[in-house]
Design a protein around this ligand. Sequence first.
Ligand code: ZN
Ligand code: ZN
Length: 291
Amino acid sequence: MDLFDPKLPFFKGNLHCHTTESDGKLSPDEVVALYRDLGYDFLALTDHRRLSAPTHLEGCMLLLSGMEMDFTLPGEALHLIGVGMDERLNAYDLSVSPQRCINLYRRCGGRAIVAHPAWSLNTVATLTALRDVTAAEIYNSVSTYPWNGDRADSSNVLDVAAAHGMLYRFVASDDSHRYQGEAGRAFTMVQAEELSQESLFDALDQGRFYCSQGPRFEQISVEDGRIEVTCSPVDTVIFYSNLIWTANRCQTGRDLVCASYAVNRGERYLRIQLIDARGRSAWSNPIVLKP
Ligand SMILES: [Zn+2]
Ligand SMILES: [Zn+2]
């Protein structure tokens, strides 16, 4: 079984950023122009507690409507990105509870993403309790120095949640605020029929996407207890699973463009990380393995 369809294009996007409509330093028009110049195909403006303009094409870039809601829980924060909601959302009070917020995003045609779980100090209990979330940010560009402590990478807590049965799919987002170099550091590649909200959501719902800081997945195939990966040249390919240790987990070399992994007994899922010579990562979604 191939995860990606060789006939379909990948679209590059960022699903989390801020503008002068909340605490971002650039206006919505400036942010759109910046990401267009970086070659992005889609973008969601996700200001705090404020729904951006309805989804529309701006030139050749698809602008998804979006917002970010924030909750304060004991010992942690929980920030929920919503993308693609229509204006019915403005009639609701989203602050009642995180799950109600997710449900309302979806009722209004949108999808929910858990933002920066490591930055938020999210616990596994919180992450495993949520329902109907489309993805979590495995990487958040602004959640590191010089803007924050070093908590951009949420893979650890998401792995623990996965080991406890909650398999989030992953996006990588800039969460750009200051536009001092964080914009364009991490992105999500969605393989869709066409550049429309309906097509992108269809791909998100089916898991036809990965996220990256640079390296590209070309294909991931699952066949007879083996996973085969083809990719742009990288130096390291790591296969993560619910098993604490496996012998063949980490494969290294120079300019690897493929890797292969024999699934071990007891592995319920696998996810793949590529790391290139510049230290940039790409992350696949978890692949559920048949027992
Ligand atoms: Zn946030
Ligand atoms: Zn944010």
